[in-house]
Design a protein around this ligand. Structure first.
Ligand code: ANZ
Length: 759
């Protein structure tokens, strides 16, 4: 037997698989399908560290098993390559983002190839390829035609450092810019916005149809933030009526004052100087500052009074910044007796508090002329960015015809080359400076017109990419209907980090594509598995800053891809965040070596002692891979290996079965050993082993061994073993031998239970 040389074995089989094309996506539509998808990466300049491939290895293991179980498998990979990092890199190093991105992609591909993943590269996509973003632009035009894309002039989040507008989803929990942590301003500017709110109810409701982790569903529900309540109108003496949104119309009798947001018309139009100073200050605060502050502030609006709809009592109206402009009607009815925030505010300004007599909500609505109303926390999606490296928004502005979509036959609108990628600082994208590109003709009237110079956000290309993987080269449709019917929906989607944004945008676009007949399912991803991150050995996040990054290339060089893959699956529960451990990796490497050496134990005849362990392993590995419990699958394989090492014998067919079980985890070494057994076709195309139910139950019993009534140990034997067999087992066990009398005067033996030797 040769030494286990992972470098030679892995190179050999990677080359051979590429040559023979065993991982090509199957076309046999008589077989059931499995579409298994990773969240595709952003190809950063830093390359992959060992944490990145954890999900890819998991889908690789899963897809290999599914292929062996007789499914045709689509398991593709591609690049989500638009976005700010490539652009910032371009600015700093004066390299075109296209050049930088292509270089990064080829590095990523090389790194992935070392791991031995079963991707079908014939399905590769790249969101920055004009042949791809032609369809991203096409979807935008369909949204525009259906009235779901609109121009807005409302104040939006503006990051002064990234110099671009942002969606709410792009902010950290504390309201700062997710990318650079800068404090985000509100800035009024022209924006393209998508009406995701129109889909809020469906996005919420259809979560119930999905096999997703509950915590991800819950985050989506919270983001959508549906509240059932009512709008109640209060007449105002000296001004227009004020409409409030409340989730508690039953508290109407406890209302002692109203509060409006500083942005509310009643506040903005006030001529009182205290009020206008307060309003000006409040508008300078971020929403997070406003909701987070402990002490409530506010001022009375003089000379206006609201009328309570039931008692006709005159109620003061305050302006206070704990009432938000972006929610409900920007005005509330305060119930200081029951609502904590209102109570605090009442104490601060010395407003009246009354004991609340609850009434039925229906009765309250009847007496106040209130109307039932549903509110959402989710805001429409701010969809334009004032940056270069993104998909151009495919519309033209004409003085006469207004906003005109670029005719579909003229797509894609390609990104022109520019000399300067820097943001202009004027709130316009760098594209605005390229006159030859900006100036065009109106597609409707032919008069001179201007192109839209904003680009799409980084999330656009990933909001539909799973569909393109089904039909990556189609130039006449986003996806051919027969391909979409064949592969949709994604059966298993794996990734981390995008619990809200990507998943909510992707579901929104998918539902829209369903509405216009492009896809046949209401949801894109039937099952989702969310992965836990790998931390550095020191327990911190892997980062250049801490100099604790582990590069998979080095690990594979030293330990081999098979040990690396198996280790990442063995580290712990898939969802958990776990620190890297070189010791753990060494242990896994040893397991692979023992598997390799076990070829020495192969005998031609069946070894019945291994039946129970092997059948249990077939069952457990299959069930555990299906359930994403890779760590317990690996430990079961290790249990079987221990058994083999104890017995030092394994039947040839049994070894072949064992290799098939390990193959999804360690595809190279198992392929090598499989061929060593004399096979000529790939182990990865073999049928998955089936277990024999009858052999799952252990046939071994543990018999207690006593000497003069004192327990000295146990022996393990086949059920039903006779006294002779038990005695010979005792005398071949060195630990028991020393206690046992060679010629006992009496032997008490209870079959399968106990033996007592009396000296
Ligand atoms: C009276 C009341 C009495 C309220 C009570 C609550 C408890 P959710 O559940 O988040 O939808 N509210 C309405 N619009 C607001 C705004 N723009 N800024 C800040 N607060 C606002 O919360 C709805 C409740 O939050 C509403 O119901 C309103 O206060 C307040 F015992 O009305 B309630």
């Amino acid at each position: 037997m040769s030494e286990y040389d992972h470098t030679a074995i892995e190179k050999k089989w990677q080359d051979e698989w590429a040559r023979s094309g065993i991982y090509k996506t199957g076309t046999d539509s008589s077989k059931p399908k499995q579409y298994i998808l990773d969240m595709f990466p952003y190809p950063s300049g830093e390359g992959l560290h060992v944490g990145h491939p954890k999900g890819y290895i998991a889908t690789d293991v899963y897809s290999r098993m599914k292929r062996m179980q007789g499914y045709t498998v689509l398991h593709p990979m591609g690049w989500d390559a638009f976005g700010l990092p490539a652009e910032n890199f371009a600015i700093k190093n004066k390299v075109h983002p296209r050049v930088a991105v292509d270089k990064n992609i080829s590095n990523f591909k090389h790194q992935l190839s070392l791991i031995g993943l079963d991707y079908d590269w014939a399905h590769e996509i790249n969101t920055t390829d004009p042949a791809y973003y032609k369809w991203t632009q096409w979807i935008f035009i369909q949204l525009l035609k259906k009235g779901l894309a609109y121009e807005s002039f409302e104040p939006i989040n503006w990051c002064p450092s990234c110099q671009t507008g942002l969606a709410n989803e792009d902010l950290n929990a504390d309201g700062t810019c997710e990318r650079c942590d800068s404090v985000v301003e509100k800035r009024p500017m022209r924006q393209w916005v998508l009406r995701i709110k129109e889909y809020a109810d469906r996005l919420l409701h259809d979560l119930d149809t999905l096999d997703w982790p509950e915590h991800i569903k819950e985050q989506q529900r919270n983001w959508i933030g549906r509240s059932e309540g009512a709008e109640i109108t209060f007449a105002v003496e000296g001004a227009d009526p004020v409409v409030v949104f409340t989730t508690r119309p039953d508290t109407l009798m406890g209302v002692t004052f109203l509060v409006v947001a500083p942005e509310h018309a009643l506040a903005r139009t006030s001529t009182d100087s205290t009020v206008s100073t307060y309003v000006r200050r409040a508008l300078g605060k971020s929403e997070i500052e406003r909701t987070g502050q402990k002490a409530k502030t506010g001022v009375l609006l003089p000379s206006v009074r609201a009328l309570h709809p039931v008692t006709q009592e005159k109620l003061p109206i305050y302006v206070a910044d704990y009432v938000l402009a972006t929610y409900g009607t920007a005005a509330i009815m305060a119930v200081p007796d029951l609502d904590e925030r209102d109570g605090e505010f009442a104490r601060t300004v010395g407003a009246r508090v009354a004991e609340t007599k609850l009434m039925s909500a229906d009765e309250a609505l009847k007496v106040s002329d209130g109307v039932r109303k549903v509110q959402y926390r989710i805001q429409d999606w701010v969809f334009s960015r004032q940056r270069y490296w993104g998909e151009p928004i495919p519309v033209v502005h004409c003085e006469k015809d207004g906003v005109v979509p670029v005719p579909e036959a003229e797509l894609p609108v390609t990104l022109p080359d520019v000399e300067h990628y820097e943001p202009t600082g004027t709130g316009e994208s760098p594209l605005a400076n390229i006159e030859t590109w900006v100036n065009t003709k109106c597609p409707v009237c032919g008069a001179p017109a201007k192109r839209e110079t904003n680009t799409m956000p980084q999330w656009a290309g990933s909001s539909w990419y799973w569909l393109r993987f089904m039909d990556p080269a189609n130039n006449s449709a986003l996806v051919a209907p027969e391909n979409e019917k064949r592969w949709g929906p994604v059966d298993l989607y794996v990734g981390g980090d995008h619990a809200v944004r990507h998943l909510i945008y992707a579901r929104f676009w998918h539902k829209f594509l369903f509405d216009i007949g492009v896809v046949h399912t209401i949801e894109p991803f039937a099952r989702l598995e969310f992965l836990g991150f790998i931390l550095a050995e020191d327990g911190r996040k892997m980062s250049k800053r801490w100099a604790n990054v582990i590069n998979p290339n080095d690990v594979i060089d030293t330990f081999g891809a098979d040990a690396f893959r198996t280790y990442e699956m063995f580290m712990g529960p898939f969802e958990n965040t776990i620190a890297w451990s070189t010791n753990g990796l060494v242990g896994t490497r040893r397991f692979i070596e023992r598997l390799y050496r076990a070829q020495e134990y192969v005998v031609s005849e069946h070894v019945p002692q291994l039946d129970v362990a092997l059948n249990a392993t077939i069952k457990k590995v299959g069930d555990d891979i299906a359930d994403f419990k890779f760590n317990t699958a690996v430990s079961q394989m290790m249990i079987l290996q221990n058994e083999i090492d104890t017995i030092k014998k394994i039947g040839k067919d049994q070894y072949a079965t064992y290799l098939k079980l390990v193959a999804p985890f360690a595809p190279h070494v198992t392929e090598e050993l499989w061929h060593e057994l004399g096979h000529t076709s790939s182990i990865h195309l073999e049928p998955w082993p089936e277990y024999d139910e009858a052999k799952l139950v252990s046939n071994t019993v543990t018999i207690a061994v006593q000497v003069a009534g004192k327990t000295r140990g146990t022996v393990a034997l086949s059920r039903g073993a006779g006294e002779e067999e038990v005695l010979s087992a005792i005398f071949s066990d060195p630990k028991l031998m020393v206690h046992a009398p060679e010629k006992p005067t009496k032997v008490v033996f209870v079959k399968d239970r106990i033996i007592n030797l009396i000296p």
